[in-house]
Design a protein around this ligand. Structure first.
Ligand code: TYD
Ligand code: MG
Length: 458
């Protein structure tokens, strides 16, 4: 005969709890828990199959349509339109980038709109979380902070509270006794995530997990967990810049490569709804070596300033420095400018910088980078009302790029009057309010983009 287990039950609403509670989380009655003994039902031997039956696709209903908002448009966009119940979302990023801050804000938003939220903190004490909450102006009546590293015991509490959202900060700090290794080890990370996955699915409750990554990736980071969870997003940013970019790289419920842009301020992560405006706000008109590119981050157009500086090499090999763009791409563009446009960059140091801490990775930004380098080398400014977009090929040709309409609409919205575009694929383009300058070669683009004044070198 199995030993009876003792549990506590609320007299008012019959809610169960493994420990005595002063106030029932469901019906909020005070002093209503009484202890009772229950005998576990004896395990029956099951047949090997799980009992799942094949279902016709058209007859299956999906609960994944019932998303709810995280209270932050930028995060909702990255998640594909809101939080899906039962989803496990991994938020990675370097220490200090703002993961805990962002998730505490989300916890507070969801607690006020959807119901209870549990924030399991394995790294900080409840007092430290309280300090951060005070800084963020969060009171959080329905927000439970649980300073616990034992995942099993944390999930027992979650089972009682039935939260609308569970947050685990961080996955490296929690452990499950089953794995019998130290917290943060590969085995622990895998097993803990597996536990959270099945808990989320069984309870139809979304779970946010934070995870640290290091620059060199030597310790087991959340990258090993990427294949297990439903959504993976990374919070990125430069150490000395206040902008943070949340980028999804995997999303079972939406498109990837969407970005959300935030600014870390004294009172937390503030969403940036008009990022192009901010990225261009420090731009000086008629600056030499500066060009603006309408780039795409996921489906979102973003205007970014590219700056370049070329300077005579004083000693030895010419240096090339690429901040926010691919180094190989910079070398390629310098080679094309030298060979196809007769720019003598062989004895020049060239430094290129994408401003605002943004990383430009798409080939469509080539033309603006080349324009900025040529502008600096020739000491000729780029027309301030002009923007340029296009991929540069090795023969100096300008190649077609995707989604030109969207880029042009954003450029026009921010007051740009002219745009240098590839002459291919223009028939379907319906740009309004901006004059298009179609070009087929980089040489033509430089002629159209650089103003004649200050022409000293060439
Ligand atoms: P944190 O969220 O603790 O980072 P992570 O969880 O990714 O390690 O953020 C820590 C940094 O953010 C810290 O340097 C202080 C800064 N910060 C602000 O600038 N404003 C704020 O309102 C808060 C809470 C933090
Ligand atoms: Mg943290």
């Amino acid at each position: 005969m199995p030993k009876p287990k003792r549990i506590f039950v609320c007299r008012e609403c019959e809610r169960e709890s493994p420990s005595w509670l002063g106030r029932c989380p469901s019906c909020h009655a005070w002093n209503s828990f009484t202890e009772i003994a229950v005998t576990k039902p004896q395990r029956t031997i099951k047949s090997s199959h799980t009992g799942h039956q094949p279902k016709v696709l058209s007859g299956i209903t999906s609960e994944y349509e019932e998303r709810f908002s995280s209270g932050t448009c930028e995060l909702d966009r990255v998640l594909g339109g809101g939080i899906v119940p039962g989803a496990v979302i991994l938020t990675g990023g370097e220490p200090g980038i703002g993961k805990s801050t962002l998730l505490l804000q989300v916890a507070s938003n969801v607690a006020s709109s959807q119901g209870s939220v549990i924030y399991i903190t394995g790294e900080e004490t409840a007092g430290q979380v309280k300090l951060r909450a005070r800084r963020l102006g969060i009171t959080g009546d329905d927000l439970y902070i649980l300073a616990e590293t034992d995942l099993e015991s944390a999930l027992e509490h979650a089972q009682i509270i039935h939260p609308a959202l569970l947050i685990v900060d961080s996955i490296q700090s929690v452990y499950t006794p089953e794995a019998e290794t130290l917290p943060g080890s590969l085995n622990q990370l895998r097993l803990s995530t597996q536990k959270l996955m099945s808990w989320a699915k069984n309870n139809n409750c979304p779970v946010f997990i934070t995870g640290h990554v290091t620059k060199d990736g030597t310790i087991a980071g959340p990258r090993v967990l990427e294949h297990m969870v439903d959504v993976v997003c990374y919070l990125e940013g430069e150490a000395f810049q206040s902008y943070r970019i949340l980028r999804s790289i995997k999303n079972r419920f939406g498109s990837t490569n969407e970005v959300g842009i935030f600014e870390m301020q004294a009172k937390g992560m503030i969403e940036v709804t008009n990022p192009s405006h901010i990225f261009l706000s420090d731009r000086l008109a008629n600056t030499i070596g500066s060009a603006v590119v309408p780039t795409l981050e996921g489906s979102r157009p973003l205007l970014v300033e590219v700056q370049a500086l070329s300077n005579l090499t004083v000693f030895g090999q010419p240096r090339r420095v690429a901040n926010g763009i691919d180094f190989g791409r910079l070398l390629m563009l310098i080679a094309v400018l030298s060979r196809r446009c007769s720019l003598k960059l062989g004895n020049q140091d060239v430094i290129v910088n994408a401003t605002g801490g943004i990383r430009l990775s798409e080939p469509a930004t080539d033309l603006s980078i080349a324009l900025a380098i040529a502008s600096s080398y020739r000491d000729q400014p780029v027309d301030p009302g002009l923007t340029a977009v296009g991929e540069v090929g090795l023969s100096g040709e300008i190649r077609a790029i995707p989604k030109l309409d969207r880029r042009l609409a954003e450029a026009s919205r921010l007051g740009f009057k002219r745009c240098i575009v590839p002459d291919k694929g223009l028939s379907s383009c319906k740009a309004t309010g901006i004059k298009l300058i179609p070009v087929s070669t980089l040489r033509q683009a430089l002629k159209a983009g650089l103003t004649e004044e200050l022409d000293k070198n060439v």
